[in-house]
Design a protein around this ligand. Sequence first.
Ligand code: GLU
Length: 392
Amino acid sequence: MTRGLKSLDDCKRIVVKIGSALLVDRQTGLKKAWLDAICADIAELKARGVEVLVVSSGAIALGRTVLGLPSGALKLEESQAAAAVGQIALARDWSQSLSQHDIVAGQILLTLGDTEERRRYLNARATLQQLLKLGAIPIINENDTVATTEIRYGDNDRLAARVATMAGAELLVLLSDIDGLYTAPPHLDPDARFLARIEEITPEIEAMAGGAASELSRGGMRTKIDAGKIATGAGCAMIIASGKPLHPLKAIREGAHHSWFAPSGTPVTARKTWIAGQLQPAGELHVDAGAQTALRSGKSLLPAGVRQVIGHFSRGDTVAVIGTEGREIARGLAGYDADEAGRIAGRKSGEIEAILGYAGRAAMVHRDDLVLTEITRKTDSELRQQKDATHA
Ligand code: GLU
């Protein structure tokens, strides 16, 4: 391992994300020897007191093999059907393989809403905690059978990062056929340099990840860097390593080549972490210059500074705060439902009772529920590209 870094053995809790190509061969189906080997690695870590959560892809790949679907891009409903067939097999295989080490597996299928909506998030988190407490290994995947285009992650890299922050893990390990981050795609550029340690995900680092064109596999480097932003921003380190050899976790412990992304040192409370990590805020509050300055100096967002309210959200939902230049400057939990927010926008806090008929909160978003963000939003075409890549 790189100098000064915690080894896998020193972590209390880690999340391991496994890409489809590692587990499933398009012709022959499950790669049982590989699965058995990683289960042995997991058992070894567990015996050393490390709690392991697994985010396993492979449902769609396995299902399409079982169903004998032709190669090429699948339609959404075909991948959903493939996932329905594949997930049963995948869960059984994990369960059988772990049972050789007397370890119980628990299947968790998550949708985007389960990680983004506060109540459901807390629910999912409680189940994960309970499974770990009982000594079981959570085997997690996206609930592909019900997740439709607008409401799905589509890639398990970002899902795994959300799981890592949800579970308060110290380390996220992304295993796929990519062994780490290079300055340029190594198959295209002979001068590409390997980066062993990334202190911060800067715009330069993001540029190295490129777009969909540089993707080597489903997920690709782009979603891995997005995952890195979610994880490291919440104080969770991330490793990108090749999962191709048998016993990949053991290999990392013994010093195999990988890229390490340092966690951000900023201590954020779990609540603020969760707010900042929301992928799909339920609405937008557009604010004026005065409110923007107030927010930046740590104040609450008052109704008076809100110029426009967009979206259908309820009190407690996450909303994006949009500054005077049209960019997101903060995220927070709405103190009012969208229609009430619209009615009191631009008005003084003292007028709220007269307008709504009851004395509500003075703030539209309280400072304890607010976190300043500078998240670059994905454009619609980027989101579409990502979805297409997922169905390939
Ligand atoms: N959830 C998908 C599956 O299990 C995989 C998504 C991904 O590979 O990132 O097939």
